[in-house]
Design a protein around this ligand. Structure first.
Ligand code: GAR
Length: 215
């Protein structure tokens, strides 16, 4: 069974989506630990409710960011975590953790990368006036939201959308594609070739979106 470690900073609804997939028997995995960088992260409540070990690691207690990530890597390794999931973890991962888990860290981002990387993917999409946005699950490398893409899902955007409305629309799909990406990994179906992630037994879907629809 795949051993997961989850890193979060806040609400943790993506963490919950992974928990739900495991509990529903859709994902053959076990969450060994939740690590948060904020003492009041709501994700902690979810961990408690599902009897998952959790740990708050205070970044201000470390003299360098590298030391902070080394501590995270050590805690994950101690629990034999095999795959690390960033679930609303609002920090750029540094070398000690990347070196400990090469191509074994995933992130969910609320935009269609490489558009709108960074902390405000939904607001940046609304402000830009795009017609389609969405979410991306990708492997994490040393850049900001630049690693090889595993799954993307698209949603339409209305010129009247607020950041909050678009965020909700995207979030519903985040909760679907993140567990799916982890499932593909757990089945050994993901192979990274340079920038590309090949998926074993992959079938091209025939659905797509045109927004506004053509009459
Ligand atoms: C999600 O929308 C996630 O995609 C985003 O933060 C939210 C966390 O929600 N992540 C980023 O913007 C990373 N750059 P959650 O805590 O309920 O999962």
């Amino acid at each position: 069974m795949l051993k997961l470690g989850v890193l979060a900073s806040g609400r943790g609804s993506n963490f919950q989506a992974i928990i739900d997939s495991i509990e529903a028997g859709r994902l053959n995995a076990e969450i060994k630990i939740l690590i948060v960088d904020k003492a009041n992260a709501y994700a902690i409540e979810r961990a408690k409710k599902h009897s998952i070990e959790y740990m708050y690691i205070d970044p201000s207690k470390f003299s360098t960011k590298e030391d902070f990530y080394l501590e995270i890597a050590n805690q994950l390794k101690k629990r034999e975590v095999e795959l690390v999931l960033l679930a609303g973890f609002m920090r750029v991962v540094r070398k000690p953790l990347l070196d400990a888990y090469p191509n074994r860290i995933m992130n969910i981002h609320p935009a269609l990368l490489p558009s709108f990387p960074g902390l405000h993917g939904q607001k940046d999409a609304v402000d830009y006036g795009v017609r389609i946005s969405g979410c991306t699950v990708h492997f994490v490398d040393e850049g900001v939201d630049t690693g090889p893409i595993i799954i993307q899902a698209a949603v339409p955007v209305s010129p009247d959308d607020t950041e909050e409305i678009l965020s909700q629309r995207i979030l519903a799909l985040e909760h679907k594609i993140y567990p799916e990406a982890v499932k593909l990994y757990s089945e050994g179906r993901l192979k990274i070739e340079g920038r590309k992630v090949k998926i074993l037994d992959y079938k091209l879907p025939d659905n797509f979106i045109i927004n506004p629809p053509i009459s």
